[in-house]
Design a binder for this molecule. Structure first.
Ligand code: FES
Length: 151
């Protein structure tokens, strides 16, 4: 367990240092800001669709290591997924980070996102891990009112 924990930490640190899909998408179909009022961290999520499929997803902004790496892994996970698939992955992710530290979770459905399972031991970090996701799901649901807060 100690080994997987340090592996998870390495993945999080790597995505924090070199966030994937970081930057603006010109002519995005949706652009929405996510904001955590507790700390002021915020990201803008950009989505380009192809029918009901996410063709491109990117983000920019500033946040802590957990929020930034979560946004980064979110983009790599959801690219190419349908809206329904993306929502299901978010549900599984949300369930994992809000569950008891020893609760089972769907590792297959979550893939790389399971690196955030340690967040369960630090409830205050749940909002960090889900910040970008709340904004993305709001964008997929056609919400244009901004910003989407974690509250
Ligand atoms: Fe602000 Fe993590 S401390 S999102």
């Amino acid at each position: 367990m100690a080994d997987s924990r340090s592996l998870y930490e390495q993945v999080i640190l790597d995505h924090n240092k070199k966030p994937r899909n970081f930057g603006k998408i010109e002519n995005a179909d949706a652009e929405i800001e996510g904001f955590n009022p507790l700390c002021g961290d915020h990201f803008t999520i950009y989505v380009k669709m192809e029918g009901d499929r996410i063709r491109e997803v990117a983000f920019d902004g500033a946040g802590c290591a957990i929020s930034k790496s979560s946004a980064s892994i979110m983009t790599t996970t959801l690219k190419g997924k349908t809206i329904e698939e993306a929502k299901k992955i978010f549900e599984a992710f949300h369930q994992m980070v809000t569950s008891a530290p020893d609760a089972e979770f769907d590792a297959d459905a979550l893939g790389k996102l399971q690196v955030f399972s340690g967040v369960r031991e630090y409830p205050v970090r749940i909002k960090c891990a889900t910040l970008a996701w709340h904004a993305l799901v709001a964008a997929l649901e056609g919400q244009t009112e901004e910003p989407v807060t974690t509250e």
